[in-house]
Design a protein around this ligand. Sequence first.
Ligand code: T46
Length: 134
Amino acid sequence: MKFKIIEVPKIEDPRGNLSVIEKDVIPFPIKRVYFIYDIPTGAERGGHTHKHQKSVLFAVNGSFDVILNDGDQSYLISLNTPNKGLFIPNGYWRELKNFSSGAVCLVISSDEYDENDYIRDYDVFISELKNKYP
Ligand code: T46
């Protein structure tokens, strides 16, 4: 499975725009939603892969870059549009950087939080787990 951009509807209105994330546009049953905010200038997040968990990331305010690595190649995806999210299957190493001022990262997740699902050592990801959790 490959990462991809998921666009959700934008209902435009002179009072402001409204976007809705309905379960059918997310390619897995939703188990958890969390968000990252008040991110200091220069901070970087991520630096891990998930064995099983899938996620969709939205920049609901501001912008940031996501660097994905499948063990062979790196991909840089800039998120800067509130209604366009990034679907990340399990097995991709991810790093989040270049957060703009006021950026908010909303994450839709396929699983509850479980630290055992994380691989936070890049060498372990490359040497042992590449292609194991496609
Ligand atoms: C991801 C990016 C975008 C919890 O207790 N519950 C949770 O649901 C989460 C996500 C984290 N935590 C704890 C675990 C750590 O003690 O919060 C602390 C920070 O977590 P972490 O260092 O994993 O945060 P990020 O921003 O590097 O990564 C998180 C997600 O873990 C990750 O899956 O894709 O946000």
